[in-house]
Design a protein around this ligand. Structure first.
Ligand SMILES: NC(=O)c1ccc[n+]([C@@H]2O[C@H](COP(=O)([O-])OP(=O)(O)OC[C@H]3O[C@@H](n4cnc5c(N)ncnc54)[C@H](OP(=O)(O)O)[C@@H]3O)[C@@H](O)[C@H]2O)c1
Length: 273
């Protein structure tokens, strides 16, 4: 069955690979990028590779939460429903360590932006069929430091990347609880996959980027995952293609999850209106 799928950060890396595979299956695929020229080029490339003309895109720099809000408005205007949202855009290294609000760039792009976008797209997802939210977590998950999250204390990218990924994982379980009709799966797509992010951060890789692209594709559309929710998928584990596993213990601590969601709503304040 043809699905409507939005993948953030799909102009490169594993998001682009998953988008290409989904387009080849004939799904209606919406890409997202921060650079207009690159976005247009990738849309044309995927159309040509897949022979599928139902490939379109949205533009927003996720370090700017007003741009995220505007994108959400556009998506709501253009799409009658959404079956799958893959919150994939992510950053480790960046020439700007903080955004214009003074918040760590990894918290903003990897956690605040998908939080805001998803919240605004829930009505579209509620209209979808077998709706799914796939959130890109990581093997790197570190306890949230609320001073760093609020932008009053700075820490190195290695620390804030892991914090942003645990925050996203904790929040995934919270949405799953509140949105019974939507499957929410946080996923570690595999460690040190061969993508720009990994090349820039580590200068080496352990596995092909396809390992990550393939699991995003599977989690998005495979019947195997229909109705599966609030489970963490770890693509570093398992025999063939990963398996459901345990996330960081904080993700299962209801008090910590509630504190995270409450603080996130306070920090994002007017962006949520
Ligand atoms: N690769 C791994 O080993 C690995 C492991 C665990 C988790 N992950 C997660 O997987 C996701 C995809 O990463 P990847 O490895 O495929 O990296 P990638 O090749 O660097 O792709 C990242 C994507 O996010 C986009 N992006 C970055 N900053 C953005 C911003 N400010 N606004 C909008 N889009 C932005 C990039 O856009 P441009 O095309 O413009 O650069 C690109 O499309 C990330 O969430 C990452 O944390 C990756």
């Amino acid at each position: 069955m043809k699905k409507t799928i939005l993948i953030t950060g799909s102009t490169d890396g594993i998001g682009k690979l998953a988008a290409t595979k989904l387009a080849k299956d004939g799904h209606e695929v919406y890409l997202h990028g921060r650079n207009a020229t690159k976005l247009t080029k990738v849309i044309e490339e995927i159309k040509s590779l897949s022979g599928n003309e139902s490939v379109n895109g949205f533009l927003a720099d996720f370090s700017d939460l007003n741009a995220v809000k505007n994108m959400a408005t556009q998506v709501n205007q253009e799409l009658p429903k959404l079956d799958v949202l893959i919150n994939n855009a992510g950053v480790w290294n960046s020439k700007n360590s903080h955004n214009n609000d003074g918040w760590d760039i990894r918290y903003v792009v990897n956690y605040f932006a998908p939080y805001l976008l998803t919240k605004r797209l829930l009505p579209l997802l509620q209209k979808g069929n077998d709706s799914r939210i796939i959130n890109l977590s990581s093997a790197a998950q570190d306890p949230v430091n609320y001073d760093v999250m609020a932008g009053t204390v700075n820490q190195p990218e290695r620390a804030t990347y892991g914090q942003s990924k645990l925050a996203l994982t904790m929040w995934s379980f919270d949405i799953a609880k509140k949105q019974n009709e939507i499957s929410v799966i946080p996923v570690n797509p595999g460690s040190l996959l061969n993508t720009n992010m990994v090349k820039e951060a580590f200068g080496q890789f352990w596995s092909s980027a396809d390992k990550g692209g393939n699991i995003l594709y599977d989690l998005a559309v495979s019947n195997e995952y229909t109705g599966v929710t609030a489970k963490y998928f770890d693509n570093d584990k398992g025999e063939v293609k990963g398996t459901f596993s345990m996330a960081h213990p904080d993700a299962y601590d209801q008090q910590k999850v509630e504190k995270l969601i409450g603080t996130t709503e306070e920090i994002l304040g007017t962006y949520l209106n």
